[in-house]
Design a protein around this ligand. Sequence first.
Ligand SMILES: [Zn+2]
Ligand SMILES: [Zn+2]
Length: 396
Amino acid sequence: MSEVNAPSDRIRSCYICWENESDDDGPLVRDCACRGEDAGFIHLSCLVASAENESKNSLGNKNKFIEPWVKCRSCLQYYQNELSVVMANKFVSFVEGHPHDLNFLVEANNVKLFALSTLPILLPTQRKEAKEIGGKILSLIDRMKGGLTRSQSMTCLQMAEETSVTREATTVLPRRYLEIEASTYRKLGLIVLNEGTRESAGEAIAHYEKFLDLSKAINDTEGVAIAERAISIAKSKHNLFVIDPVERLKKTQAVYDIHVETYGEESECAIKSGASLAIDLWDTKRWVEAESLIAKLASISKRVLGPEHNTTKLVESKLHWMEKKKKENAHFVLYVLTLLGAFVVGLLHSLTGLMILFVLLTLCFIMLEWFFSLKESTKRMARGSTSAQAADMANV
Ligand SMILES: [Zn+2]
Ligand SMILES: [Zn+2]
């Protein structure tokens, strides 16, 4: 919850109860795309009570049942950071406390896994928890596939046996749960890949391959494109080879095109996959296109999600990186030109020793440039996995 009830010229108040004091759950919170001095602030207790109320009145409508827990009703964007995790925990507690349907238990845990997998930094305890939740979702879906008669350990199972939706699931599992199964493998892949070891990359490949198989089984072209890209990145980490930048660019372009076509250029997932595309364009030496794309995305993200949003910060950091690299490259060209000029002067005056020195210095610059560009490219490849978070935004 990034913003609290800090002193301000204008007094902030909760947009539900209109009080401006802290309550038992703490100060006013806000972490979405709301901006300005006072818009979108709310007490956590008011937010949870309102979400519970809306969910209870929307049992027949899955989206309306879930949305109050994940999206701000003011700006209609997803909560992020700690607030998204806190709300996901409250959602799971709500569903477990009022077991209407096994399907809702899957949905609530899916929201929780989404919240954890999109945190900018995942603590070891959160990583462990995320893996456990992923396992729980997969086990719940397995039970739905298998016909749900066993384990008494799951809080909602007995209740679920009584529901019509779940009876349908014993014969044909609705597509929605196959999508959740696929996206769970995807999130698990991302979480283990970010552990950064060769072994974890191997584990990530196994998850991503299941994600790919399931996406193919349900004809999900977006899932297939994301899975293929993620597998190639994980394989490069596992086998420690560098992927051909042109091949990676093609895969990233495919993901970005699908995001733009499906969710629009201004959607958060298109902004994130576009940022990965800009990096891949840069790596294939298409610098002008790369810079123009990242500048456009930074402007869209600032306008749609706000300057303080994680996605805006991510895109702006890539824009600043490119601007810095451009300056460095301009300096490099200037050095080389100066040295060559000096070489010509040496040549005209027949100073052999001076000419050899200039040639050696020029070669040194070229070698240094090659070394640093290779290092950057490898580093960025390691960061590439973060872009796999992009389309998760659309999968909650
Ligand atoms: Zn309130
Ligand atoms: Zn908001």
